[in-house]
Design a protein around this ligand. Structure first.
Ligand SMILES: [Zn+2]
Length: 352
């Protein structure tokens, strides 16, 4: 970083894998890194092999075909590579993955020079992550690993981001997800010297103290080398924060699909997607077919818009449109948008 004004740039960029009438799914890429995340594994045809090979973690809402049929393509591309792929899904997911792999013959893989490995995690209402490892050289026989406790449904917590899951109801358990960048702390380096200090490792400690939310009156130790000697002083953390740093909030992207319109789902979705910058939410049916939507445990466009509005999402991207409306895409979009902006009120949706 230079003394120039630090710029807030989101590191995550996301897109729907398919058009809204196609299989559901979102690909998330990273600005400064060849890394990708995938939400759901339906038809992956629009994604190049190069893009798919960047994927480190895959989050599957449930294993209905339109959300899981792309698994084979993914495995085929990774096979023969020294790579590890992490997959997360609802209860029963390890079995689903194992059965898919067991459909193929693996008599030649034991001598492969590489060992493509799948780390599979199952997340249910207890908040525990049940885990298994399936190695190529082991013919993808699942090896049980110790279960892991999660906090607030956080499945993955990496240097730049974390991914959280919520167990929702689609007649079967179905996971909703939110990926969130960590806050960044940018330092105005030109101001460091203006305060009489020099740059040094203390700036890294300063960033960490801020990200830990240490109190503003904490006496922070500033320590630097100057003219061959070490110098040291103390300043309140709040003062250094105000003078030297810019705190950039992380971007949040939520992904919710295949969920029934019921009280528990609404409550869980509103927590999961709270203040999302981008909310991908299914809008399968029109409100005029609300009964059909209820039978199929899907949302209507108006319900999707209502949820995005109540969650305080900045932007909503409706998807997973039912093919029955293939010539009425505008109607679905308008209905979702009208509920999102509050132009129309949804009947019976008041959070009692
Ligand atoms: Zn579906």
């Amino acid at each position: 970083m230079t003394g120039n004004e630090p710029v807030a740039r989101p590191i995550l960029h996301s897109r729907l894998v398919n058009p809204p009438f196609g299989d559901p799914g979102v690909y998330v890429g990273f600005m400064f890194e060849k890394r990708g995340l995938l939400f759901d594994l339906g038809d992956l045809q629009p994604l190049s092999d190069r893009k798919l090979l960047r994927v480190r973690q895959v989050f599957v809402s449930h294993t209905h075909m339109d959300h899981f049929t792309g698994f084979d393509r993914l495995v085929r591309i990774f096979l023969g590579r020294e790579k590890t792929l992490h997959l997360f899904g609802p209860p029963g997911f390890i079995d689903r993955v194992s059965h898919k792999l067991a459909a193929y013959t693996w008599n030649l893989v034991a001598s492969y020079p590489t060992d493509f490995t799948l780390m599979v995690g199952e997340f249910g209402t207890g908040g525990t992550l049940t885990r298994a490892r399936l190695r190529c050289r082991g013919a993808f026989k699942p090896e049980k690993l110790d279960p892991m406790a999660t906090r607030n449904g956080v499945l993955v917590d990496e240097a730049n981001y974390r991914v959280q899951a919520a167990v929702l109801d689609h007649g079967i358990p179905c996971l909703g997800f939110a990926v969130e960048e960590h806050r960044h702390v940018n330092i105005w380096k030109n101001r460091v010297e203006a305060m009489g200090f020099r740059v040094g490792p203390w700036l890294r400690d300063l960033k960490q103290a801020i990200l830990r939310d240490d109190p503003d009156d904490f006496p922070f130790r500033v320590r630097w080398r100057e003219d061959g000697t070490t110098r040291e002083t103390q300043r309140p953390l709040g003062e250094l924060k105000a003078e030297l740093t810019q705190i950039v909030p992380g971007q949040k992207i939520a992904y919710v699909t295949d969920v029934a319109w019921n009280e528990d789902n609404r409550a869980a979705i509103l927590v999961l997607a709270r203040d999302a910058d981008l909310f991908y939410i299914e809008a399968a049916f029109l409100e005029e077919d609300a009964e059909l939507a209820a039978r199929k445990r899907h949302l209507t466009a108006a319900q999707a818009g209502w949820l995005a509005r109540e969650a305080g999402a900045k932007r909503m991207i409706p998807f997973h449109f039912s093919p029955r409306y293939s010539d009425r895409e505008d109607a679905l979009r308008h209905e979702a948008e009208a509920a999102f902006t509050g132009a129309t009120k949804l009947r019976g949706a008041s959070p009692a």
